[in-house]
Design a binder for this molecule. Structure first.
Ligand code: S3P
Length: 429
């Protein structure tokens, strides 16, 4: 089992680029696969999760050439060009792959089975299957989870209200909407990331947004879209936190995606008193991109709730590490979704940080973190969760003794090259 030992570090300096955004990489592949024409995707995230999407699309008959690890040429097969796979599609540990495919495959002229690793087979899938069934989709879950069986066929239009603010559920419904007999409207309880809406529109689909409602019209075709994927702000979060926490640090992260549906963490950090600025913002392929400048900062506690939770849903393990060093009681609520991520992130984050001497009280929908508390080194475990693994590694920069994080293979799910980038900024690991 792979592990990573981090030594207390200071003086992180320099600038770097992040691997491509995971959410946008999945979508660039999936949507171009069913478009007409050829698309070149650069700065594609070569992480395991996106490789899962690539593998499934190849099994569905899509030809994708790989110029190098981060440059792909997708030969679109058109909306009706996917072929029945010979075997169940393996989504590995990628929730996004499975949930978006559920929407895409519901309207095909063939049946599919979706499966994945043990970690993915524990995650809830009825939250996607049930709203898709409202459009007439035929699919069965295994006690609410994968493996899933999808009987492809015609879909109806209509309005579907979803119970959680989730871009995965919304995107599955929008993909189904491309194949439906009339318009599909999705109504969300809160504003989740909108990469699907932006990209599908740029590819020629008719997508209309009105507050928390988004309507897609059935499509005759999508046009291939070549795109350069922005750096992943959710990966940047770990380097931002490293620079905030390690003494005497100053770091610049280049070309990071700063879509406002994703920037909850930098916004909260600013409220906590961190010196962080977003510079040179510009649009690139329908998404906002900017440089993020950050330096060592003293933090004060804040409360995170409501829509901000959705805007930083993947950042809570690293946010919890930051909160252990903030003065006062940081409160996170309305974040029960964290319990159904790669792990139950409320339980696993609290357990591992408390082991290091933090004061984290888990609650049903979040945590209360009292700080600042010194952290000790020793050993911490990722529980197989990539974001917890990296959060703990960053905590190791400020522990009193070296910290060994076990089970770190999973970092490659979303952030291949994490160790090298951190080392390049001067961290000792
Ligand atoms: C994602 C949406 C979020 C996020 C996940 C990626 C996406 O999940 O946690 O890492 O690409 O649509 P939910 O839609 O379940 O909130």
């Amino acid at each position: 089992m792979k592990s990573l030992t981090i030594h207390p570090s200071a003086n992180l300096q320099g600038q770097c680029r992040l691997p491509g955004d995971k959410s946008i990489s999945h979508r660039a592949l999936l949507f171009n696969a069913i478009a007409e024409g050829e698309a070149r995707i650069t700065n594609f995230l070569p992480g395991e999760d996106c490789q899962a999407t690539l593998g499934c699309l190849r099994d569905l008959g899509v030809r994708v050439e790989q110029e190098d690890a981060t440059t792909l040429i997708v030969h679109g097969v058109g909306l009706r060009g996917l072929r029945a796979p010979a075997a169940p599609l393996n989504c590995i540990r990628s929730g996004t792959t499975m949930r978006l495919l559920m929407g895409l495959l519901a309207g095909q002229a063939f049946d599919t089975t979706l499966t994945g690793d043990e970690q993915l087979l524990r995650r809830p899938m009825e939250r996607v299957a049930a709203p898709l069934r409202q459009l007439g989709a035929r699919m069965e879950t295994t006690n609410g989870r994968a493996p899933l069986w999808i009987q492809g066929g015609p879909l109806n239009g209509g309005q579907v209200e979803i119970a959680v603010a989730s871009a995965q559920i919304k995107s599955a419904l929008l993909l189904a909407g491309l194949y439906a007999q009339s318009a599909v409207t999705v109504v969300e309880p809160g504003p989740s990331r909108d990469h699907s809406e932006r990209m599908l529109s740029a590819m020629g689909a008719s997508v209309e947004k009105n507050g928390l409602r988004v309507t897609i019209q059935p499509a005759a075709r999508l046009n291939a879209l070549s795109i350069q994927i922005p750096g992943d702000v959710s990966s940047a979060a770990f380097l931002i936190a490293a620079a905030v926490l390690a003494p005497h640090s100053q770091v610049k992260l280049l070309d990071v995606g700063v879509n406002p549906t994703r920037t909850g963490l930098p916004d909260m950090l600013r409220n906590m008193g961190a010196q962080i600025s977003i510079e040179d913002a510009h649009m690139q392929g329908g998404e906002a991109v900017a440089n993020i400048h950050v330096q060592t900062s003293q933090l004060k506690a804040v409360t995170v709730s409501g829509e901000t939770v959705v805007r930083m849903i993947d950042e809570f393990p690293i946010f919890a590490v930051l909160a252990t060093q903030a003065k006062g009681a940081t409160i996170v609520r309305d974040a029960a979704e964290l319990r159904v991520k790669e792990t139950d992130r409320i339980a696993t984050t609290a357990e591992e940080l408390n082991r290091l001497g933090a004061d984290v009280t888990p609650t049903p929908d979040g945590f209360i973190i009292k700080g600042p508390t010194p952290l000790r080194g020793g050993e911490a475990d990722s529980h197989g969760d990539h974001r917890l693994a990296m959060a703990l590694a960053v905590a190791g920069l400020i522990t009193s003794e070296p910290l060994t994080v076990t089970n770190t293979h999973c970092i490659g799910d979303s952030f291949p090259g994490f160790e090298g980038l951190l080392r390049g900024l001067g961290a000792r690991l």
